[in-house]
Design a binder for this molecule. Structure first.
Ligand SMILES: Cc1cc2nc3c(=O)[nH]c(=O)nc-3n(C[C@H](O)[C@H](O)[C@H](O)COP(=O)(O)OP(=O)(O)OC[C@H]3O[C@@H](n4cnc5c(N)ncnc54)[C@H](O)[C@@H]3O)c2cc1C
Length: 608
């Protein structure tokens, strides 16, 4: 990590200037730089460079970025909330060139057709339906698993594969036991077909990595490996605000970020954008930049001492994530899991490094998710979810059969703070809520770009979300207790059931597949709900804070990504989805990046 003054030679003007150099930004900037060799493009990223760094190349290093002292992650602490047992949840986001793509867990998952269709039909955004967006997904990827599979891509820059090695045994057991336990949910070779057929099937989970054991970030294929002369991407540049004159965005003001360049002078610098400013700082980074520029809700800006340029009430509102609920179980000590790697065990790391260097195999060549299911209640299961779930069901899911309620896996290891864990091997039953009903916000509280924002994650403020995760707990537990590697629940992280309850955590060996399911009492359900509120955390899928909607509905950008009421200013990243997408969001950020590049290219007079 460099701590010297930045060596950058940043000119005073460029044609296009980007605030943020993450997933969407790298794609847009690269596509435009290739299409328009005469255009000068600048990307200012606050985090460090990622070029050729092993922690961004070896997939198995994903958890290292979440260490508290990490310089590649920005941590946002939410205000304490009664809905999560008085806790302040922490939401990290990628903070480096490549953004989330360079630090994420590489789980490959794609939205449902109805997710994109809603953006067009329900929010009036022409050009954003699934028919428009599926080609964007295809353009970006090479689906190494089967390049000819419908809706997948065959020659895009991002590689998708099952990784270098065979699945780890816990992933294999999940795929074997799941369909045996649940006859209505068979195994399939496609869980990402974006349609109804991909729901309620157990499938091997693809990864955003190549068969040669490397992470598929955006920074390497779109930026570093292309070496484009008209594209400058600079690290350690914290964008403070957009310069807006007479309703037109004319450039950016920025500092050199002290977390990357400790000794850099802290004077404010400016750069002109002759044609366009693109804010692409992610769902947590874009609203603060807009607000510091006077674009936001009047009352919030005035309270922060910022002059209002345009009263846009939607900036920073509508915050969404996918609530994540992990229930850890103890695994057979002979299982292969990530736990020793997570704990930093030197011998495990030595072997993993040797394997990766030898033939790109081993734990460092993979992530922690080998198999999964996108689960949706069947008609006869709806009663199990309770009455407070039904309004939500009718509104969000009932008429959209391609939407899951949650995504589920059982992972070999426990990706958590290791300092508090006993030296066991774990398997984690993990559920990610597809379309949480709860909403939060992120707003600035002052002009200072280093000031901690007012962030409220909003998790579980709607009881329907708790009902969904309660059901997920029960489903996950039934599957886990039948897996051969099961050696009992890790009780401190589970609901505190009464000792005489049939739900008490007494089992220490697997039960037969045809064993009866556990019957939970109303008291047990309360214990589960309390545990959900204690345990729920981020899935790192922040989105929706500069929603693409009409202004009267609280929209921030229009369907061409123009900020309402300002010329030459677009937002393009995961802040723009007006509604959520089923599960892991990298693919959606990629599709938005490809779409934004197309929109801007068309406006500049060329078809991509
Ligand atoms: C830990 C983690 C695990 C994840 N796991 C998965 C997964 O397994 N599968 C999946 O599909 N998705 C996953 N995701 C989510 C996915 O990676 C993100 O949703 C996606 O990358 C977001 O893309 P984006 O372009 O919107 O923003 P980002 O990629 O976050 O880019 C925004 C960039 O802007 C920069 N920035 C912010 N403010 C400023 C400023 N003021 N000045 C300059 N630069 C600024 C940030 O540093 C960042 O680099 C994960 C994310 C994280 C953080």
């Amino acid at each position: 990590m460099s701590t010297l003054a930045p060596p950058h030679q940043i000119h005073t003007e460029y044609d296009l200037v980007f605030a943020g150099g993450g997933t969407a930004a790298c794609i847009i900037a690269s596509r435009l730089a290739v299409a328009f060799p005469d255009l000068s493009i600048l990307v200012l990223e606050r985090g460090p460079t990622t070029e050729s760094k092993m922690e961004h190349i070896q997939p198995g290093q994903f958890l290292t970025h979440l260490a508290p002292e990490s310089k590649t992650m920005q941590f946002y602490t939410s205000t304490p909330s009664e809905h999560v047992a008085g806790r302040s949840v922490v939401v990290p986001t990628g903070r480096c060139i490549g953004g989330g793509s360079s630090v994420n867990f590489m789980v490959y998952n794609r939205p449902s057709t109805s997710d994109f269709d809603a953006w067009e039909k329900e929010f009036g955004n022409a050009g954003w339906s699934a028919n428009d967006m599926i080609p964007m997904l295809q353009k970006a990827e090479t689906y190494e698993i089967d390049p000819n599979k419908p809706t997948h891509g065959s020659d895009g820059p991002l590689k998708v594969s099952f990784g270098r090695d065979e699945m780890l045994d816990i992933g294999r057991q999940y795929l074997e036991i799941g369909p045996k336990l649940d006859k209505n949910r068979p195994r399939s070779d496609e869980g990402n077909g974006l349609n109804e057929e991909s729901i309620n099937v157990f499938f091997q989970c693809p990864k955003w990595s190549s068969t040669d054991g490397c992470r598929s970030d955006v920074a390497h294929p779109y930026i570093y490996n292309k070496n484009l002369e008209n594209l400058s991407v600079f690290d350690g540049c914290l964008v403070d605000r957009i310069v807006i004159k007479d309703g037109v965005a004319t450039g950016l003001e920025y500092f050199f970020d002290t977390r990357v360049y400790e000794s850099a002078p802290q004077d404010i610098r400016s750069v002109k954008a002759l044609k366009l400013v693109v804010v692409s700082a992610g769902a947590m980074g874009s609203p603060p930049i807009l607000e510091r520029s006077g674009l936001g809700k009047k009352e919030i800006l005035e309270k922060a001492g910022i002059s209002v340029v345009n009263d846009l009430s939607g900036v920073g509102a509508n915050y969404q994530d996918h609530a994540f609920y992990i229930s850890p179980y103890i695994a057979d000590p002979d299982s292969i899991t990530f736990d020793l790697l997570f704990r930093g065990d030197p011998e495990t790391w030595r072997i993993a490094r040797e394997k990766w260097e030898m033939d790109r195999s081993g734990l460092l060549s993979t992530n922690i998710v080998d198999s999964c299911i996108k689960m949706r209640p069947l008609p006869h299961e709806l009663d199990e979810l309770g009455p407070e779930f039904m309004d939500y069901w009718n509104e969000v899911l009932a008429n959209k059969p391609d939407r899951p309620l949650f995504w589920h896996t059982i992972s070999p290891g426990l990706p958590a703070d290791q300092s508090a864990l006993p030296p066991l091997k774990f398997m984690s039953s993990a559920s990610i809520l597809g379309y949480p009903a709860s909403r939060g916000h992120i707003h600035v509280v002052s002009k200072d770009p280093y000031a901690v924002p007012d962030f409220h994650a909003g998790y579980l403020s709607n009881p329907a979300d708790v009902s969904a995760l309660r059901w997920a707990y029960k489903k996950g537990r039934e599957l886990t207790r039948r897996m051969p590697a099961f050696r009992g629940a890790f009780a401190p992280a589970h609901p505190q059931f009464a000792a005489d309850s049939p739900a008490a955590l007494t089992e220490t060996r697997p039960v037969p597949v045809d064993a009866p399911n556990i019957v939970y009492s109303a008291e047990d359900d309360k214990a589960i709900d309390a545990n959900i509120r204690q345990m729920v955390q981020t899935t790192w899928h922040s989105l929706g804070t500069c929603a693409m909607k009409p202004l009267p509905q609280g929209g921030v950008v229009d369907s061409k990504l123009n900020v309402h009421g300002v010329q030459n200013l677009k937002v393009a990243d995961l802040s723009i989805p007006p509604s959520n997408v089923n599960s892991n969001t990298y693919s959606t950020a990629v599709a938005i990046g490809e779409k934004a590049a197309m929109i801007i290219a068309e406006e500049l007079g060329c078809t991509l």
